[in-house]
Design a protein around this ligand. Structure first.
Ligand SMILES: Cc1cc2nc3c(=O)[nH]c(=O)nc-3n(C[C@H](O)[C@H](O)[C@H](O)COP(=O)(O)OP(=O)(O)OC[C@H]3O[C@@H](n4cnc5c(N)ncnc54)[C@H](O)[C@@H]3O)c2cc1C
Length: 488
């Protein structure tokens, strides 16, 4: 395994940000060691049941509540490759308007569309971003029918896949290896350039000498389940532990300036819809289209679907709705996601370990957009031929007419009854030159410290309004190249 007690560059976390950092810096000739809290899983062990996947590759077995007046269910990956192992691989570049806003509001250098072009192009090559070329699965076809019925704009979203067979295992790890997650792409590239990956190793605290970060104190889990603490020295540390763990680690280490105070998410409301015909959504790739008509404030698309996901959605009104479970083949699930202009926070747990406390206050604007989004999504699904739409809102009757659907253009969903989820979190340590708003400079160098960088979802200045992996990888590569140029 080599000497894991010292590295020139220590990267904490092996997800989208950490693997990009490790691969770019190892290729540039740096001695790179990556610490990953989760385990390494070969593709052959992926794709079991949802519960098996939750236990194996998710943090806290998929139970990470975001607290607030409206609690929100959140999940993130905890394994080699991070959340890229369990995500759907939908790929977007940051919309030009958003990037320009980041310049205007945070004075983020080097983020104009032309400056990011080469970094997106690189990331798209590494992860084989491509569109589906086989006939569209029925759950996508009915969605397309509905969008066309409404006369709206849409796009087939490219994904990070190569040779996807559509066997519906994205969320518990792609068993056929088609999804081009970090474990399939940049981690092998980084390893072939000499980077070392140490799994089962959780960074507990950053080590400091005055204002210089000198390494981490890490908790190493051994094969027999026991654990020990070890000091790992480094010239430079990149914290890439994701949007909730990066601020938690920094704050545990006494680094608090604009850290963990500005968490943003894309709040998401799901609905189930029953069609007259079988669409077998549980057996195919998730619906591949997103409605662009109301974007980036509002995004409408298809959600990952299994019997368990349908049961969870129906459980909001179980006594009335459980009987439709037997109609699984005629169901699919869809979502409306909003850009999210509420604000949240991340704080480490009181005793310095365990899950951080994550909060997000759903804004009135979020609720208004979710209500309008439900009106539009339900109208679309009814236009596609669905007989009923089942929103994940406690006490709400099924929507079976377009008049019932459009009332949510004007009315507000009941705050106390909506059941929301998210898989997109970011902006807990925003970057930019505005020291009054940011935790680190435009290239992720944490203000007030030497040898400390952040390079993951936590650095996005605020909500991108689109699936974030592409933007995280493009910014992370840009920052790593800048670091290499400064220290080469
Ligand atoms: C179910 C799901 C579906 C999604 N779908 C999409 C999609 O279709 N398209 C898209 O663009 N995005 C999607 N996302 C979001 C996307 O995957 C994330 O935004 C992205 O992976 C975040 O990158 P990151 O590097 O910040 O964090 P992660 O990729 O989550 O990686 C962080 C890593 O750090 C490790 N870590 C944390 N703390 C420590 C510590 N103290 N010590 C050592 N290691 C630590 C974690 O175990 C993890 O492996 C989805 C996410 C999920 C969960």
């Amino acid at each position: 395994m080599g000497d894991h007690h010292r590295a020139q560059v220590l990267v904490v976390g092996s997800g989208a940000g950490g693997s990009t950092t490790a691969s770019v810096l190892a290729e540039a000739g740096f001695d790179v060691l990556v610490l990953e809290e989760g385990s390494r899983h070969p593709a052959s062990t992926y794709g079991g049941t949802a519960t098996d996947g939750m236990r194996k590759v998710y943090r806290n077995r998929g139970m990470l509540p975001i607290l607030g007046t409206v609690p929100i269910g959140y999940v993130e990956g905890c394994c080699l490759g991070g959340s890229t192992e369990v995500n759907c691989g939908f790929w977007h570049r940051v919309p030009p308007e958003v990037a320009l806003r980041w310049k205007a509001r945070y004075d983020l250098e080097g983020c104009e569309p032309e400056q990011l072009e080469e970094h997106f192009a690189w990331a798209e090559t590494q992860t084989h971003v491509s569109t589906w070329s086989a006939p569209l699965p029925p759950s996508t076809q009915v969605f397309a029918r509905g969008i066309e019925g409404m006369g709206w704009r849409y796009q087939q979203v490219p994904r990070t896949v190569r040779g996807c067979r559509g066997d519906n295992t994205c969320a518990s790890g792609c068993r056929c290896g088609a999804k081009q997650s970090m474990a399939r792409t940049l981690i092998p590239t980084a390893e072939s350039s000499g980077a070392r990956f140490l799994t089962g190793c959780r960074a507990a605290m950053l080590l400091r000498k005055g204002r210089r970060i000198t390494g981490v104190l890490a908790e190493l889990t051994h094969d027999d389940g026991s654990s020990s603490l070890t000091r790992i020295e480094a010239d430079h540390v990149f914290v890439c532990a994701g949007p909730t763990q990066t601020p938690a680690l920094l704050r545990r280490s006494g680094i608090k300036y604009h850290v963990g105070d500005t968490l943003r998410i894309h709040p998401m409301l799901k609905v189930g819809a029953r069609f007259p015909e079988a669409i077998d959504a549980h057996k195919s790739v998730l619906p591949l289209l997103q409605v662009k008509e109301f974007w980036p404030e509002l995004s409408i698309g298809g959600a990952f679907f299994s019997a368990g996901h349908l049961a969870m959605l129906l459980s909001e009104n179980w006594t009335r709705t459980s009987h439709v479970m037997s109609d699984l083949r005629r169901f699919g699930t869809w979502y409306v996601a909003v850009k999210g202009n509420g604000r949240g926070s991340v704080r480490p747990s009181f005793f310095g370990e365990g899950s951080p406390v994550i909060r997000y206050e759903l804004s009135d604007e979020d609720l208004r957009q979710l209500s309008r989004g439900l009106a539009r999504l339900a109208s679309l699904l009814l236009a596609a031929g669905a007989s009923e739409v089942y929103p994940s809102v406690q006490g709400m009757p099924v929507i079976d007419s377009r008049v019932d659907a459009v009332r949510w253009l004007d009315d507000l969903l009941p705050r106390s009854a909506v059941s929301l989820t998210t898989v997109h979190a970011f902006s807990s340590c925003p970057v930019g030159e505005r020291k009054d708003r940011c935790a680190a400079d435009s290239y992720g160098r944490v203000f007030g410290f030497d040898g400390l960088n952040i390079n993951d979802a936590s650095m996005l200045p605020d909500s991108p309004g689109v699936n974030p992996q592409g933007t995280i990888m493009a910014l992370a590569r840009r920052n790593a190249l800048r670091f290499a140029a400064d220290h080469g």
